[in-house]
Design a protein around this ligand. Structure first.
Ligand SMILES: [Zn+2]
Ligand SMILES: [Zn+2]
Length: 262
């Protein structure tokens, strides 16, 4: 008797509830054969992709003369990670998509989001030994029912055939970063995460790709990078779906048009 593939069965049921590959994940317009990653051509043409971005944090370069973003110009040496990249600027329809995914529980969006991250990882051209994700505290994961970053990271790991490891645990059930001021975010994540000791030999001298949904101030990913480096990892790379920008979206929009390298 043929074995029932429950994963496939569940996906088929979900397809009936939330039809995938039919509507654009950003604007809900119907897709045609020119669509890519469940995104319509109109959206592909206007989405705020970050093509190069800041060589350190991956954010938008607002002044071409400096070569780095304004935040990194101020504190270039304070990151523990080696490099970070993001697919999009966190604005407009990208904000809505991330909101739908995380807060409206639309788990199926992890698939096209992971495809965008996989493509960015491949064009980045770095070599990593392991992939991991920013963990949630178990209380938060119970409420949200899934870890949004891990869900994406697992799909990226499968696509690029690099093993996924859960080597970091969140031990402090602290306030959501999104609810805090920039200056309070660093303090909020201090001592919030812990390295899982049995992974010490696994990660020693290895390069790790840490995946998260949004890079805001970098406080969370930087804290985890610090822990991983202290535990013996050689290089830490950060890959996020979107990167926040400081200031007004209208101003940012003008800069995107003016700057060919962002
Ligand atoms: Zn669209
Ligand atoms: Zn930067």
């Amino acid at each position: 008797m043929k074995k029932v593939d429950w994963k496939k069965f569940k996906e088929n049921i979900l397809d009936i509830i939330y039809p995938r590959h039919i509507k654009c994940i950003f604007c809900s317009e119907e897709l045609n054969e020119l669509a890519h990653n469940d995104t319509c051509v109109e959206c592909l043409n206007k989405l705020p992709f970050i093509i190069h971005g800041c060589p350190k944090c991956g954010g938008l370069i607002e002044d071409n003369n400096t070569g780095v973003c304004l935040t990194c110009k101020r504190n270039m040496n304070s990151y523990y990670f080696d490099e970070a990249k993001s697919v999009f600027i966190y604005m407009d329809d990208v904000v809505n998509l991330v909101h739908n995914y995380k807060l409206e529980n639309r788990k199926f969006l992890s698939e096209p989001m992971a495809k965008y991250l996989t493509e960015r990882f491949i064009t980045w051209g770095i070599n990593v030994d392991y992939i991991t994700a920013v963990p949630l505290h178990e209380n938060r994961e119970k409420v949200r029912r899934f870890n949004q970053s891990k869900e994406i990271a697992l799909k990226v790991s499968e696509a690029v055939e690099i093993p996924y490891i859960d080597c970091i645990k969140k031990i402090k059930d602290n306030a959501r970063q999104a609810l805090l001021d920039i200056k309070d975010r660093k303090e909020n994540v201090t001592n919030a995460y812990q390295f899982i000791k049995p992974f010490k030999n696994t990660i020693k001298d290895k390069s790790i790709l840490l995946i998260d949904d949004v890079f805001t101030t970098g406080a969370t990913t930087n804290e985890i990078s610090k822990i991983l480096k202290n535990a013996g990892a050689k290089c830490i790379y950060i890959l996020t779906f979107a990167h926040s920008v400081l200031g007004d979206f209208e101003e940012v929009r003008k800069k995107i048009i003016q700057l060919p390298n962002s």
